[in-house]
Structure formats: C-alpha cells, structure tokens
Design a protein around this ligand. Sequence first.
Ligand SMILES: Cc1cc2nc3c(=O)[nH]c(=O)nc-3n(C[C@H](O)[C@H](O)[C@H](O)COP(=O)(O)OP(=O)(O)OC[C@H]3O[C@@H](n4cnc5c(N)ncnc54)[C@H](O)[C@@H]3O)c2cc1C
Length: 332
Amino acid sequence: MMREFKPDVEPFDLVVIGSGPAGEKAAAKAAYLGKRIALIERSRQSVGGVAVTRLGMVPTKTLRESALYLTGFRKREIYGVSVQLEPSAIHNQLSQRTDDVSGSMSQAVRENVARHQVELVAGTATLRPDRHVVFDSERVLEIGSTPASVVIVGGGAIGCEHASIFTALGVIGPPALASAAMEQGRIAVCDAFGVPGSEALDAIIPTGVYSIPEIAGVGLTEQEAAQQGIDYEIGRGRFSSNARGNISGATEGLVKLVFRRDDRTVIGAHILGEVASELIHIGQSAIYHRDTIEYFLDTTFNVPTYAEAYKDAAYDGLQRLAATSTSEALLR
Ligand SMILES: Cc1cc2nc3c(=O)[nH]c(=O)nc-3n(C[C@H](O)[C@H](O)[C@H](O)COP(=O)(O)OP(=O)(O)OC[C@H]3O[C@@H](n4cnc5c(N)ncnc54)[C@H](O)[C@@H]3O)c2cc1C
C-alpha cells in the first residue's frame, strides 16, 4: 500500500530512509532527543540493512566463526585433531547458523526501533519528483541558485571537488564500515536538530579485518608516522610468549604499539592474531586519552589474557628506547 508522508500534517519531526546501521542509529538518536520519527525500510526479508542481510557483515562473520568451530580449526594445533563432516552437512549447518544469527540481529534492530517508539514503515521511500533535493555529480552543476545547505554523499575525488564549490556542508565518506555508518547517522541527526557536541566523526576509527588470523589497527602506522616526520619508536608483544595464546593454541600474532620517542605518547596500535578486532579497543582508548606507554607498564592486566601482549609491547618499546638512546649517546 502506498503511504505518502505529508510534511505539513504528519506528526513526524524526521523521516529516516533505510534501517541499516546509519538509519537505525540516526532514528534512535533523534527519538532520544525527544523527536517523533518514522523509519522506512523497503526490504521484505529483514530490517537492519546490509549489516544483517544474507550477504553482509553479520552473515560473513557468522560463516567465519561457524567454519572455525565446525572444522575444529582453533584446536587442531594443540590436540592434533580436526572434525570431519560431510560437505553437505557442513553447508546445511553453516546456512542454518547464518540464518539464525541474521534473524536475531534483525530482531534486535526491530526491538531497538520499537523501544525508541520509532514508527517502522514497510515500503520503498521516494522523494516527490517536483522536489529536486537529490542531485548526482552532473545534475548538481545545473542548480540555478546556491542552496542554503548541502550534504555531499561520497568523500571520493568527485565529492571532495564539489565540497570545494559549496563551502558550508557535510561530506559523508569513508570508511565504508557499519561502525562509521552508525556514528555518521547520529552526527547527521545532531546536526539536523542543532544539538551541539558531536559535529565531526571520530578521528581515530579502528579497522578490523576478519581474516584468519584477524587484523586490526587504530591510529598511525609506522609508515604514516615516518611520513609525518614524527620521531617514533615501536614495541611488539608476541602471542608466542603470551600465556593465553599458548593455552589456546593461538600463538601466531602480535600487538604492535607505535609511540613518540620524546614523550612516549601512544599514536598507533596494530594487531595480528586471535581476537584482534576486540583487543584493538584497548589501544584505541590509550590513543583517545593521549596515554603514554607507561599506562600499559603501570596498570595490572588479567593473566592469562591476550591483552597482556600490550604490556609486553610496552616493555619491548622501553627496551628499544633504551637501546637506541645508548647507541646515540655512544655515537656522540
Ligand atoms: C560482505 C560485507 C561485509 C561487511 N563487513 C563489515 C564489517 O565487518 N564491519 C563493518 O563495520 N562493516 C562491514 N561491512 C559494511 C557495512 O555493512 C556497511 O558499511 C553498512 O551496512 C552501511 O550502513 P548503512 O546504514 O549506510 O546502509 P545499509 O546497511 O546498506 O542499509 C541501507 C538500508 O536502506 C534500505 N533502503 C535503501 N533505499 C531505500 C528506499 N528508497 N526506501 C526504503 N528503504 C531503503 C535498504 O533496504 C537497507 O536496509 C560489510 C559489508 C559487506 C557487504
């Protein structure tokens, strides 16, 4: 059934199109601010966007976890055994598990929307043809007058070029991650309702690659620090000498810290190995709070944990600092 939103008579302060991570969080944030919100979703299968549909974030990570579990991958190294299942049985198990998790996450989005009293509307939203509010990169050049405000979607070369034409604007761009999309949604809502405090996207967004092993990073890499002319040092904490890594048979991997040599401020953290995408938030916190490597040296970590590798990395960094300072002194 066609449902037309009439801005003059509808009781909504904002109509959000799409229930993906950006739309869901934008709608919830606006509702939290006391606004009346409608959220329109065209997918007949589920709400939650690419993140929860069969081809997106949650299903691909579920497949990965299930495959690791069903093949006994994590245990193979220590017990010398792996599970052998019929290929068709594995396929069915993976498919069922993926559907279950996608369904649960879609339901979680539905519940969040309901909890915030956002009206969820099933259907495809269209903008009235007489209202030219969305322009592609060619048609935007045909605008007869300068609009009061502009949002440029896409921070690639063309988007950035248009950004230099319209000066007061927002540019929504990379990284193309659900994590960033959620924050972009919240920021867009704050901006729309003039709520101060969160004008820009967090500058230190972590990345996580769910390969085997996992890879995660936040802040500057060594190369970026060098390019910026920063006098830096690194420290490595390896899972091969980490108790939890050895207990779990996950000895491949490491935590690498990048920090300034002058004041030891942490400027980057990079992890390869088990639960890297979880562990990275410790480094993120240290960078956000402008901590030095002393944070890792002076605080007590649970043992055995993979997180302990941060402490080892800090000690390694300290030793490297001492070694290079000594050789520099000898050269003087
Ligand atoms: C295979 C894969 C793996 C990924 N893995 C990760 C990961 O590990 N971590 C991570 O952070 N990100 C990951 N991403 C990226 C992440 O899924 C996206 O960045 C995120 O979903 C973008 O959110 P969004 O809300 O902007 O858009 P989407 O998730 O695309 O949601 C848009 C929604 O709007 C609806 N819609 C569109 N047009 C209309 C309309 N006219 N009317 C009504 N409804 C409409 C769509 O049906 C959809 O539900 C992955 C993506 C893929 C494809």
